[in-house]
Design a binder for this molecule. Structure first.
Ligand code: IPE
Ligand code: IPE
Ligand code: MG
Length: 248
């Protein structure tokens, strides 16, 4: 079977793809396994989809790996997930370097266990020179946390006279978000079939194309990823304009 990769128009590849990786627990339950087995399998999908994104020419891949709300899950699951992050980063760093992938991370680092944070920071340093795909992990992340932090920082800079409140624009807000310097996601994918955004990148997805699939994250394949990009390429992004305006 030839890969759908060859059907992708290289001139219209989404620069930034964001993914809500959902369905690990249900994948495991279906197989009478522990939820943590689903997360272990989910790490293999991360590896696969990072490769697929590189192959397709995506510049930024943001993966929602752990939300602020996920801290409230049973402690054993949280611990297993954090441990998994340590192991996965340690194992994958050499291949990230080989594949020219730069690791980046957004989220409330203060809540992360020290060991996981150390590993992640070391991997970010070790891949800082890579110029291919940027793999951006959203860990201990939520959009309302992010926007609240941005508002606090903007208010502090206004009080200290660094910025003039009258001159605050959407671009100013962009600069205070954790994704400063990245383009907004062109494509937002959610696996696991739920039709919601679960506190992910609320500001940045204003005009993202949304693609939801019932496939659970551990089953999500490279071809599924390419299919999402093809669907993206078939859509007309109007950004509020009329279709006629766009073809002029
Ligand atoms: C997504 O899978 C991974 C995380 C949120 C950490 P879930 O663990 O949410 O799996 P489901 O949604 O319960 O199937
Ligand atoms: C969203 O999945 C968060 C991540 C994928 C990390 P959840 O499973 O936490 O979201 P809800 O609870 O279904 O909204
Ligand atoms: Mg879920």
């Amino acid at each position: 079977m030839t890969s759908l990769l060859h059907k992708i128009d290289p001139r219209n590849v989404p620069a930034h793809v964001a993914i809500i990786m959902d369905g690990n627990g249900r994948w495991a339950k279906m197989r009478s396994l522990d939820r943590s087995e689903g997360h272990v399998e989910g790490v293999n999908t991360v590896r696969r989809i990072t490769e697929a994104a590189s192959e397709a020419g995506v510049r930024f891949l943001t993966l929602y790996a752990f939300s602020t709300e996920n801290w409230n899950r049973p402690q054993a699951e949280v611990d297993a997930l954090m441990h998994l992050i340590v192991i996965a980063i340690e194992r994958e760093t050499p291949d990230l370097i080989k594949n020219n992938v730069r690791l980046s991370m957004i989220g409330d680092f203060d809540r992360m266990p020290q060991e996981a944070l150390n590993r992640l920071q070391r991997c970010m340093q070790d891949t800082a020179h890579c110029t291919g795909l940027t793999l951006n992990l959203a860990l201990s992340y939520s959009a309302r946390w992010e926007i609240t932090e941005a508002v606090k920082a903007i208010a502090a800079d206004a009080v200290s006279g660094k910025i003039n409140p009258a001159q605050i624009t959407p671009d100013t807000v962009d600069k205070y978000l954790t994704t400063a310097g990245m383009p907004d996601p062109d494509l937002l994918i959610r696996t696991g079939g739920d039709n919601r955004v679960s506190n992910f990148l609320l500001w940045q997805i204003a005009y993202s194309e949304i693609y939801i699939t019932n496939t659970y994250w551990p089953d999500f394949s490279k071809e599924d990823f390419f299919r999402a990009i093809l669907e993206y390429q078939s859509r007309e992004r109007r950004f509020g304009l009329t279709s006629e305006q766009l073809t002029k």
